[in-house]
Design a protein around this ligand. Structure first.
Ligand code: ZN
Ligand code: ZN
Length: 331
């Protein structure tokens, strides 16, 4: 019994399993590259890698490579590793994602640890790098459409149940969080207490396609995390500056960028914040929410109305001109 306990403690220590269900602390002191107003004049490293702890890495694609500047997360267990998202850049020459990630994996008995690639959701800025792993051995990719997500994780009652991914001494929970995207998944790693929330919850614009689903997801993830320690809530992008203002859309330069981590308290506010969303565009404190689909519909309707007004004005102008000519025939 005593021996078993010692062995368990050694395994726990080796892989960062919390002995008393307390998360293993990590290093979140990192200055993310700000990109540049002129990326030609000020070239940046293409991929920034931050070691949170021995078995956990945060990766970010340079804002100069893609204004999305997406974050990706690599969690390493004793039997396999998990990569959450693959970013916005497909071309390995532009973005050395696969070579970097595979290079971070430990080898066991001369074999690189198998890698499972999952996504927060199917928007291209979170999965374009999948192709770089296509021919790599021991790599499995779960697709992003709802059928693949349900099947790949083994959800029984999407979106009301929680699935689990076992990495060996490290269990990661997969929590359905549709609303921004129909098959959006957030993740919780009990070893570190990190929650990964993709575009569902991040320090930036909360783009909501299905308000009811998004609100239900906010309630669901808060219920799930209520009795669990959460060290940081990490999203897919940073779009706010330190003063809580949204960075201009499409900018390759984020001066004075807000920190990536949000807290459990921030997430706990989400259901209430979403309840105030008017379905088009709302701001509640530093939370900016909008529906891209509805905004596009409004822009289309306004555009059509403008065209009708222009057409009617031209008709009226030509009619007046014809009338004036008829009254004053030229010789
Ligand atoms: Zn997205
Ligand atoms: Zn995104």
């Amino acid at each position: 019994m005593k021996v078993a306990l010692i062995v368990l403690c050694c395994i726990a220590g080796l892989w960062g399993v919390p002995a008393l269900a307390q998360p293993v602390p990590g290093d979140m002191k990192v200055q993310w590259d700000a990109g540049a107003a002129d990326c030609q004049a000020h070239p940046q490293r293409r991929l920034q890698v931050h070691r949170y702890d021995e078995h956990t890495y945060i990766l970010r694609e340079s804002l100069c490579q893609t204004y999305e500047g997406p974050f990706m997360y690599l969690l390493i267990g004793s039997t396999r590793a998990l990569l959450i998202d693959t970013g916005d850049v497909a071309d390995a020459k532009q973005m050395p994602l696969a070579s970097t990630v595979l290079g971070l994996l430990p080898t066991v008995n001369g074999q690189r640890l198998p890698l499972l690639i999952v996504h927060t959701h199917g928007h291209l800025d979170h999965r374009s790098g999948d192709v770089q792993f296509a021919s790599a051995p021991n790599v499995t990719i779960i697709g992003t459409d709802l059928a693949h997500v349900i099947d790949g994780f083994g959800f029984h009652q999407w979106p009301d149940d929680i699935a689990h991914v076992e990495l060996g001494g490290r269990k990661v929970d997969a929590i359905p969080t549709p609303g921004h995207y129909p098959s959006h998944v957030s993740y919780y790693d009990g070893n570190t207490g990190l929650a990964f929330t993709g575009d569902f919850f991040l320090p930036g614009r909360l783009i909501i396609d299905d308000t009811a689903a998004d609100h239900a997801s906010a309630v669901r993830i808060n219920n799930f995390l209520r009795d669990k320690p959460v060290t940081y809530v990490l999203g897919g992008h940073v779009e706010l500056d330190k003063h809580g203002q949204v960075q201009p859309m499409g900018s390759n330069w984020h001066p004075d960028e807000a920190p990536l981590p949000l807290g459990k308290d921030d997430l706990a506010q989400l259901p209430q914040v979403l309840a105030s969303f008017n379905g088009f565009y709302s701001q509640s404190g530093r939370f900016v929410m909008y529906s891209q689909a509805r905004m596009l519909q409004v822009i289309s309707v306004v555009g059509i109305l403008l065209l009708i007004i222009i057409a009617l004005s031209l008709r009226w102008w030509f009619k007046r001109r014809r009338h004036a000519r008829a009254g004053h025939p030229r010789t």
